[in-house]
Ligand binder design. Structure first.
Ligand SMILES: Nc1ncnc2c1ncn2[C@@H]1O[C@H](COP(=O)(O)OP(=O)(O)OP(=O)(O)O)[C@@H](O)[C@H]1O
Ligand SMILES: [Mg+2]
Length: 167
């Protein structure tokens, strides 16, 4: 029968491809939390095993950018140094994760985007065709006993590829 054994249309799933080519491109969203760092270390182990390219992504939340630009409540105040500080903080988050992974430099890319984290992570995964997302279960606002933060919860529902959520 035609089509038997071929992957169905849509995102490539691990069961459709050779094991050695399963995880060529891995997306690792990081926010500076311990949970995300643990995820980065595990992503590095997977990358070593599968010869993968890893992209570390941090998303500057729209709310943070608006707060930095506003400066003070009630004033329209665009503070460019605040924007630069946010950018520097993002770079620091990325380089800490990169160090924790310990992969050769040519295997790791770093990206900073702005917007809603969960939407940006799923969108980047879709448009740049990643094979796997590895992320933390909780993030910077870890409070209470919830297993998943809102970003990992939303990405696990909307990402087009497998998602490994690291506790
Ligand atoms: N701004 C971000 N940029 C990139 N990755 C992020 C960002 N925020 C969260 N993540 C990823 O999502 C994981 C889970 O974080 P999440 O934000 O869902 O939990 P939380 O901060 O504990 O809860 P919440 O933000 O819902 O109050 C993090 O470990 C990280 O991998
Ligand atoms: Mg969070």
């Amino acid at each position: 029968m035609a089509g038997v054994g071929l992957p169905a249309k849509g995102p490539v799933r691990p069961a459709d491809v050779e094991v050695s080519a399963m995880f060529r491109k891995i997306l690792v969203p990081v926010d500076g939390s311990q949970s995300a760092l643990r995820a980065a270390r595990i992503a590095a182990e997977i990358a070593r095993k599968f010869d993968s390219q890893v992209t570390l992504l941090t998303v500057l939340e729209t709310a943070d950018i608006a707060a930095a630009a506003a400066g003070m409540a009630g004033m329209v105040w665009v503070d460019t140094t605040a924007g630069a500080a946010l950018d520097a903080a993002a770079r620091e988050v990325l380089s800490a994760a990169s160090q924790a992974m310990g992969l050769p430099g040519d295997r790791v890319r770093q990206a900073v985007l702005s917007g809603h984290p969960a939407d940006m992570i799923s969108e980047v995964c879709r448009s740049r065709t990643y094979d796997l997302i590895v992320m933390g279960s909780r993030g910077l606002s870890e409070v209470g006993s919830l297993f998943l933060g809102s970003v990992s919860d939303k990405v696990s529902h909307h990402a087009p590829c497998p998602v490994l959520i690291v506790r």
